[in-house]
Design a protein around this ligand. Structure first.
Ligand SMILES: *[C@@H]1O[C@H](CO)[C@@H](O)[C@H](O)[C@H]1NC(C)=O
Ligand SMILES: *[C@@H]1O[C@H](CO)[C@@H](O)[C@H](O)[C@H]1NC(C)=O
Ligand SMILES: *[C@@H]1O[C@H](CO)[C@@H](O)[C@H](O)[C@H]1NC(C)=O
Ligand SMILES: *[C@@H]1O[C@H](CO)[C@@H](O)[C@H](O)[C@H]1NC(C)=O
Ligand SMILES: *[C@@H]1O[C@H](CO)[C@@H](O)[C@H](O)[C@H]1NC(C)=O
Ligand SMILES: *[C@@H]1O[C@H](CO)[C@@H](O)[C@H](O)[C@H]1NC(C)=O
Ligand SMILES: *[C@@H]1O[C@H](CO)[C@@H](O)[C@H](O)[C@H]1NC(C)=O
Ligand SMILES: *[C@@H]1O[C@H](CO)[C@@H](O)[C@H](O)[C@H]1NC(C)=O
Ligand SMILES: *[C@@H]1O[C@H](CO)[C@@H](O)[C@H](O)[C@H]1NC(C)=O
Ligand SMILES: *[C@@H]1O[C@H](CO)[C@@H](O)[C@H](O)[C@H]1NC(C)=O
Ligand SMILES: *[C@@H]1O[C@H](CO)[C@@H](O)[C@H](O)[C@H]1NC(C)=O
Length: 234
């Protein structure tokens, strides 16, 4: 019963959200923390897969390009006007996407394990409140907004870590997906094209797709519930 209610309410809310998308707010006030960092929900493969079953640790070459995007904790499709307001208040930009380079270096995978090296971008974030909204229901909405950023021209800030997988998954990652022209043109699908065999097309490690495709659905549901309260007045 409970899940039936929330499922049907959510579909009503999906419609409500669409009609609300046209409304704008005129003001964003920073309240709470500003310009703090936190990790992106996305982790990108920045090395080939490695099965390290020799007698010593493996030094894995790392590098390439990754693409990440600005987010809020409201909906997956926060409109551009909101980011412009927020950017004006914080003094740093929230570009729709950032295509950035990861430093060429090496990272260790310990003997007896297999996997690849993952890069998790670091976000710069702010918290605040929307006001002066055309739609009064949005007035006072608390928002957390985050954006990837670089530490030097063309680079992107983030952290490296070994992501351990089965040997099969590691073997399927036959190239470094960040070290491709697809990646440098802004496509970070962890899609791996076998460079040694053009006729074999591509190999995609199944674990990788799951790892890079996290969405912010929890935040969307929470916003929907708060809008519902505002609309129906529960
Ligand atoms: C924005 O909202 C804050 C807090 O309500 C208020 O102090 C400020 O004057 C507003 N700014 C504008 C330009 O409306
Ligand atoms: C690692 O083990 C696999 C099978 O278990 C084997 O095919 C492969 O040659 C081994 N690789 C190394 C570097 O020892
Ligand atoms: C990227 O690819 C080039 C050749 O295409 C290779 O020389 C280089 O080692 C690769 N770097 C990484 C980190 O995969
Ligand atoms: C940008 O912020 C300043 C205050 O910092 C405010 O006076 C101005 O109206 C804002 N502009 C926009 C377009 O929000
Ligand atoms: C945000 O913090 C960084 C340090 O992490 C600093 O370099 C930058 O100037 C700050 N930006 C603003 C607009 O406060
Ligand atoms: C990493 O090395 C590649 C060549 O393999 C080069 O094209 C790229 O610019 C280097 N990246 C950085 C950030 O230095
Ligand atoms: C979004 O973040 C703000 C600031 O941290 C918080 O007050 C608010 O409850 C969050 N909203 C959702 C829907 O998670
Ligand atoms: C946002 O894009 C502008 C114009 O392309 C660029 O100058 C700026 O450095 C970018 N900001 C960030 C944080 O990437
Ligand atoms: C961004 O990365 C650079 C190089 O790793 C580092 O020096 C800097 O402290 C980082 N900035 C932040 C805010 O994490
Ligand atoms: C990324 O590249 C793949 C393979 O060419 C393609 O199927 C996919 O649509 C591209 N994604 C984006 C966002 O361009
Ligand atoms: C390339 O891949 C195709 C299809 O997987 C395979 O039939 C062919 O033998 C491969 N060629 C080489 C040189 O590995």
């Amino acid at each position: 019963m409970k899940s039936f209610i929330s499922a049907s309410l959510l579909s009503v809310l999906a419609l409500c959200r669409q009609t609300k998308a046209a409304a704008t707010c005129g003001n964003f006030t920073i309240i709470g923390a500003n310009n703090y960092t936190k990790p992106s929900s996305m982790t990108f493969a920045v090395s080939q897969g490695v099965v390290c079953n020799g007698t010593s640790d493996c030094s894995v070459p790392v590098g390439g390009d990754v693409t990440d995007r600005r987010t809020t904790n409201l909906t997956d499709s926060t409109p551009d006007w909101a980011f412009q307001l927020i950017s004006n208040a914080t003094g740093y930009s929230f570009n729709a996407t950032l295509v950035g380079a990861v430093e060429n270096t090496t990272y260790t995978i310990h003997k007896g394990s297999s996997g690849y090296i993952g890069f998790t971008p670091t976000y710069r974030c702010t918290q605040g409140i929307l006001s002066a909204c055309e739609n009064k229901d949005l007035d006072g909405t608390p928002v957390e907004a985050c954006t990837p950023f670089g530490w030097e021209e063309g680079m992107i800030n983030g952290t490296l870590a070994a992501v351990l997988t089965s040997p099969e998954t590691a073997l399927a990652l036959v190239c470094n997906p960040a070290n491709t022209s697809l990646a440098s043109s802004g496509n970070s699908t962890n899609f791996c094209i076998n460079p040694s065999n053009s006729s074999s097309g591509s190999t995609t490690a199944p674990d990788l797709r799951a790892g890079a495709g996290l969405s912010n659905s929890v935040g969307t549901v929470l916003l929907s519930v708060s809008l519902l309260v505002a609309i129906i007045g529960i």
